[in-house]
Design a protein around this ligand. Structure first.
Ligand SMILES: [Zn+2]
Length: 151
């Protein structure tokens, strides 16, 4: 079972209650349930929906599909941690997601680690935006073939 992953103890009160409920509900779902819902088109980004090759209706659903689905919809992995600090490590525990809160208790970033433990995707919820060009949340893919892997 999943233990210690539902620690959405958010004292800052910035996030809205319903969303918290939804997220903690997610924590209790099995991957099979998530896939079922995803297959019915309730969650998942355009890429999942428009893939349209019957991937998720076939029997052979791999765990990497589950990870891809959760990443696509921005939901945490089943193995999920919460840390407080200024930034996250580019490498972490394989197939985990981590939420980063700043010292004021504000969620600033969610990072997903791939099966090799390298960061794969960031969702930025808050960071400096002096010129007002950013909208939140937004995503940064990681490409480890690049000199600066975070795109
Ligand atoms: Zn950013």
């Amino acid at each position: 079972m999943v233990t210690g992953t539902s620690a959405y103890k958010n004292s800052a009160g910035k996030s809205d209650w319903a969303r918290e409920q939804l997220l903690s509900a997610y924590q209790d779902w099995t991957d099979a349930e998530v896939l079922e819902i995803a297959a019915s088109g309730m969650i998942g980004g355009e890429s999942e929906r428009s893939a349209g090759r019957g991937r998720y209706s076939s029997k052979g659903i791999s765990s990497s599909d589950v990870f891809e689905l959760r990443r696509g919809s921005g939901e945490p992995y089943q193995n999920h941690k919460i840390v407080t600090g200024r930034n996250l490590n580019p490498k972490g525990e394989p197939n985990t997601s981590v939420d980063l809160y700043n010292k004021d208790g504000v969620l600033t970033q969610r990072r997903y680690y791939g099966s090799d433990g390298r960061a794969q995707l960031d969702i930025d919820y808050d960071h400096s935006n002096a010129d007002g060009t950013h909208t939140f949340p937004h995503r940064h893919e990681w490409d480890w073939t690049q000199k600066k892997p975070r795109q």
